[in-house]
Design a binder for this molecule. Structure first.
Ligand SMILES: [Zn+2]
Ligand SMILES: [Zn+2]
Length: 169
């Protein structure tokens, strides 16, 4: 905004004000700020205040305000309903969480009891760690034939052609 435009606005605002003609239905800006809304007697153009500030001079009609009000009412009602539903859902999730934590606790306890039992039995039978072997085998088997993502990327970038990559030929 150049000072020239600013001066022009001030000049216009001064001219409007000089008539001291009050707008019978003040614009939104003046109404909100409790200012006297002065306009040209012809009713043309902006009010002095809006002209001075270089802002749009708008006067909302009752129809527009009513429409906006209706619109907002339905949106608010919709959101209120949504909040209620979400709170209900939250309650349900919280209850489920508490319940599942309790069950998990019991489950963990059962598992540790079973483990202790197994350890005790093994110690008594004098055959140490048979189940440990099982676990190790399982683990090894899982790793075999499943290349890590790191290896995979290396292959593809390196060769260009896909020779040597499982399943390509
Ligand atoms: Zn005004
Ligand atoms: Zn105005």
């Amino acid at each position: 905004m150049t000072s020239r435009q600013q001066q022009e606005r001030l000049r216009k605002a001064g001219r409007i004000r000089s008539f001291q003609y009050e707008n019978p239905s003040p614009c939104d800006h003046c109404c909100e700020r409790n200012k006297t809304c002065l306009i040209m007697p012809s009713g043309e153009g902006k009010c002095a205040e809006c002209e001075r500030r270089g802002r749009p001079c708008v006067s909302s009609s009752w129809v527009a305000l009513d429409r906006a009000g209706d619109n907002l009412s339905s949106k608010i009602a919709e959101d209120e309903g949504r909040v209620e539903r979400l709170l209900d859902e939250l309650d349900e999730v919280r209850r489920r969480l508490v319940r599942n934590r309790k069950v998990q606790e019991q489950n963990n306890k059962k598992a540790s009891d079973k483990w202790e039992c197994l350890v005790r039995e093994t110690a008594e039978s004098g055959e140490p760690a048979q189940f440990e072997d099982f676990a190790a085998t399982d683990f090894g088997f899982q790793l075999e034939g499943v290349p890590s993502p790191f290896q995979f990327g290396g292959f593809a970038n390196f060769s260009g052609t896909e020779t040597g990559v499982a399943g390509s030929s």
